[in-house]
Design a protein around this ligand. Structure first.
Ligand code: CP3
Length: 350
């Protein structure tokens, strides 16, 4: 163990005062980095996820390149679907494909309700990554994560990415019993998976409900909220902060807060001060630069980062991030510049 750790991210999650605003980036390990592409030339994504040495190595790549205040374990939200009985493949260009999607109550009944141990390789990767982080001069915390049940259900039912969620909403509206049974199974698996990540050394966990913004508030309340609430309340005794993230959620923020989370993730479609106004001051907020801003010239990036800082106006509990993940063609130097800008623009005289 080295001297001082960098704990501004953990402090911000708890809305405690910080020396400057913490920053990390969703998808901070990925194809925009040459060193990641190099690993991917040799190994497919599932192999990287399932080999703790590779996962830990990729987790560390952005830590070595960017001035960030948190690392996130390299894995994928879809991994738990495999031991549940779904045949998952990442095909080049097409993204994730599930060859045997769940379409009805029989399919839901056939799913295995696995425990956290079924993804032991993720726990092993967390232990390894923690060891590597602790060797750094000023160690930063490690984030674990899982998909939220709605977003996982959308992949399990559609069989891949979707535009209109026709099968997903079809089950929700046409067979609510099957829907709630599926959400219940996913919630159980996600809870135990996150618990095992925390026990392996994840200091914060993020629940990714990336596609939940396709629902209206009534459907969110009826078909999603109770399940997310169940996951978050089950993890309360683990005492690690929970980040609850979604996109397209401007009309769902209050309900997401009701579902739970110490930090609510907000995308760029909402001004961060409006989002915070709606959430109230008793929760931390993560966000919310449009990832496409990173393709703009540096002065324009700076203008937009400054605008977020101005809107936040030093409220305690801001974690700077993008509103969604870094895109593959993003210039690395622009990501580096944003991390630096956030620290400079928010530095408090001590
Ligand atoms: O650095 C990090 O943020 C950690 C790694 C991470 C990955 N996936 C690795 C990955 C995280 C946090 C995820 C979460 C994830 N995976 C989400 C939620 C976040 C979001 O972006 O909304 C979702 C919806 C998935 C499902 C998924 N996995 C998709 C849609 C794809 C294809 C995307 C693409 O651009 O091709 C993946 C594959 C995947 N998982 C990649 C990475 C870095 C793509 C790069 C590759 O193929 O090497």
């Amino acid at each position: 163990m080295n001297g001082q750790s960098n704990d501004r991210f953990l402090k911000a999650c708890r809305r405690e005062p910080v020396d400057c605003t913490p920053v990390w980036f969703m998808r901070q390990a990925g194809r925009y980095m040459t060193e990641y592409r190099k690993i991917r030339e040799q190994y497919d994504i599932l192999t990287v996820c399932k080999t703790p040495e590779l996962s830990a190595e990729v987790t560390m790549q952005p830590v070595q390149r960017l001035d960030i205040d948190a690392a996130i374990i390299f894995a994928d939200i879809l991994l738990p679907l495999e031991p549940m009985g779904l045949n998952l493949e990442f095909s080049a260009g097409e993204g994730p494909v599930i060859h045997n999607p769940v379409r009805d109550s029989i399919g839901v009944s056939a799913l295995n309700e696995v425990d956290g141990d079924s993804l032991r390789y993720v726990g092993d990767a967390i232990r390894l990554a923690q060891r590597r982080l602790q060797e750094q001069p000023c160690p930063i915390p490690l984030i674990g994560f899982a998909g939220a049940p709605f977003t996982l259900a959308s992949y399990a039912i559609e069989g891949g990415a979707s535009r209109n969620y026709i099968y997903t909403k079809g089950m929700m509206y046409g067979d609510p019993t099957a829907w709630h049974a599926l959400m219940g199974k996913l919630s159980h698996v996600v809870t135990e998976y996150l618990r095992s990540q925390i026990h392996a050394g994840a200091q914060v966990v993020q629940l990714f409900d990336s596609w939940v913004g396709c629902l209206n508030p009534d459907d969110y309340r009826e078909y999603v909220l109770p399940h997310v609430q169940q996951i978050i309340s089950s993890l309360r005794n683990e005492t690690v902060p929970i980040i609850h993230f979604g996109t397209g959620t401007a009309t769902l923020l209050e309900l997401m807060k009701e579902a739970g989370g110490d930090v609510i993730g907000v995308d760029w479609r909402t001004h961060i001060d409006d989002a915070w106004q709606c959430l109230g001051p008793d929760v931390a907020v993560q966000g919310n630069l449009d990832p496409v801003t990173l393709f703009a010239p540096i002065p324009e990036i700076r203008r937009r980062v400054s605008d977020i800082m101005r809107r936040v106006a030093k409220r305690p509990g801001h974690i700077f991030n993008l509103g969604h993940g870094i895109l593959p063609q993003t210039p690395v130097e622009h990501v580096q510049a944003v991390a630096k800008m956030v620290h400079e623009l928010s530095a408090n005289p001590s």
